[in-house]
Design a protein around this ligand. Structure first.
Ligand SMILES: CC(C)(COP(=O)(O)OP(=O)(O)OC[C@H]1O[C@@H](n2cnc3c(N)ncnc32)[C@H](O)[C@@H]1OP(=O)(O)O)[C@@H](O)C(=O)NCCC(=O)NCCS
Length: 177
């Protein structure tokens, strides 16, 4: 599995030692505000098993993100196929960091490396990003990356319950330009 390096971060394969801090993040209501119910330890561990299997199967997916200076695991960033049932298909970029690691530019820094990998190594023609209309922090990352939103692409996530998780926005960035 390819590792990606930035000035401050290492995007690397998942380790057993990531499972506990990953589960702690996924149990944090603030981290989960725009994602849905907090995950149990079992669900959180299962997500890592799925990330590893996805990476092995198709050569890309969700990397574990660590701070190079300290070796601290702080969350994930990566690429995934858009889930079935949405009104578009493609590959999406995403990120999720533990609360103490917000507000330091880490998500944008990790995402720039992921975008470069997606365009330069995987030769994707376009990369998408999806979040709830209410998740302004995540949309700010999308804008910092140069991604753009066409309001005509806004959609209701049919898999989300009625309420704030349902209205979603779609951002795009093309390899060319
Ligand atoms: C979405 C999420 C990753 C955004 O994290 P973030 O830290 O706000 O985003 P960035 O990494 O781009 O950091 C930008 C902030 O760091 C600040 N910053 C501090 N030092 C910086 C540096 N050296 N370089 C760049 N920015 C820096 C910026 O000023 C900006 O601050 P602001 O939020 O006050 O404007 C985070 O809120 C999160 O994990 N949320 C929960 C999970 C989630 O919703 N994921 C997305 C689902 S679609």
């Amino acid at each position: 599995m390819t590792e990606l390096r930035t000035d401050r971060l290492l995007l690397r394969p998942w380790r057993a030692s990531d499972l506990a801090p990953w589960a702690a993040m996924n149990a944090d209501p603030e981290v989960r505000e725009h994602l849905g119910e907090p995950l149990t330890r079992e669900q959180s561990d299962a997500s890592v098993a799925a990330f590893r299997a996805d990476f092995d199967r198709r050569g890309y997916g969700w990397w574990a993100v660590e701070v190079r200076d300290t070796g601290e695991f702080i969350g994930f960033a990566g690429l995934d196929e858009v889930e079935d049932g949405l009104p578009f298909t493609g590959v999406e970029i995403g990120w999720r960091l533990a609360r103490p690691s917000w507000g330091r530019g880490y998500a944008t820094e990790a995402a720039r490396a992921v975008l470069a990998h997606g365009f330069d190594t995987l030769a994707l023609p376009e990369i998408l990003a999806v979040t709830t209309a209410a998740n302004l922090r995540s949309q700010a990352v999308m804008r910092r990356l140069g991604m753009t939103r066409n309001p005509a692409d806004d959609f209701d996530d049919p898999t989300a319950p009625e309420g704030p998780l349902r209205p979603n926005v779609l951002f795009r960035i093309a390899r060319e330009g």
